[in-house]
Design a protein around this ligand. Structure first.
Ligand SMILES: CC(C)(COP(=O)(O)OP(=O)(O)OC[C@H]1O[C@@H](n2cnc3c(N)ncnc32)[C@H](O)[C@@H]1OP(=O)(O)O)[C@@H](O)C(=O)NCCC(=O)NCCS
Length: 228
């Protein structure tokens, strides 16, 4: 394990409807997935997210966006075919997409829209780790709502960084969201961090192999503007 902070790039953009030609950059597999998405907003989010992913990865790999070759790894985690240790992860929620890229360690990102979640306490009781329940369920409503969203996104970012996704039981690891850190549940250290996108979205990142990360936050609007 290195004691140095893990450098993570975070690209965020508002979803916008993109012209049909923009879809031509997507791979056959991505276009097939897009074909299964019916909602206009969901389709725009999918195209925005995957174009952003292709553009940013192409800059790293010094190739064209269409030439970036991807495969689906263990448990459905999308990965580069290229052997270089460049890790990326996507998240979309409502009107935003986020892409995390890290050249040194497996990375995961999750964003969620801030909105009322009437079943949040039940989710905690049923799914979260005992340490998390003890801390969360004693909070008063206003404090609980923001703590829940922070912890939820941290937990999702973690299972996306490990690549396990929902194959990993959410009670099998515990996170302290207040100064984000993993309390238990991994053989190696993970650096965790929270971020926000305005007041309407809560986001979190996880990166394996170290205890801290240096976050470079980038606005991806200009990248997507090329297509509008
Ligand atoms: C991967 C997962 C964990 C995240 O899903 P999500 O939060 O609904 O959606 P996000 O937009 O944040 O992430 C989806 C992206 O993650 C990536 N992804 C898919 N499987 C993944 C895996 N095993 N590991 C890492 N990333 C993965 C994909 O790029 C996917 O986007 P795409 O389908 O457009 O390619 C998913 O397994 C899931 O179904 N989550 C359900 C949410 C839930 O119930 N959470 C409980 C509260 S803690």
């Amino acid at each position: 394990m290195s004691g140095a902070a893990i450098p993570v790039d975070l690209w965020c953009a508002r979803v916008r409807p993109l012209p049909r030609e923009a879809q031509a950059l997507l791979s056959q597999a991505e276009q097939q997935r897009l074909g299964q998405i019916l909602g206009t907003e969901e389709r725009a989010a999918y195209v925005s997210a995957h174009l952003l992913k292709r553009h940013v990865l192409a800059q790293h790999l010094k190739c064209s966006p269409a030439a970036v070759r991807l495969k689906t790894g263990w448990n459905g985690r999308p990965e580069l075919c290229d052997a270089r240790a460049l890790s990326f992860n996507l998240s979309h929620s409502g009107g935003y997409v986020a892409l995390a890229v890290c050249a040194e360690a497996p990375v995961g990102v999750d964003i969620e829209q801030v909105r009322p979640r009437p079943s949040a306490r039940r989710v905690v009781e049923r799914l979260f780790a005992p340490e998390e329940k003890r801390l969360l369920l004693t909070l008063a409503e206003g404090e609980f709502a923001s703590a829940f969203l922070r912890l939820w996104t941290l937990k999702e970012a973690f299972i996306k960084a490990t690549g396990e996704g929902l194959a990993r039981s959410l009670s099998s690891f515990a996170i302290d969201w207040r100064q984000p850190r993993l309390l238990r549940g991994a053989a190696q250290p993970y650096a965790l961090a929270g971020f926000s996108l305005g007041t309407s979205y809560c986001g979190s990142l996880a990166a394996g192999g170290g205890l801290s990360m240096t976050l470079r936050k980038m606005d991806a609007t200009a990248l997507l503007n090329k297509y509008t």
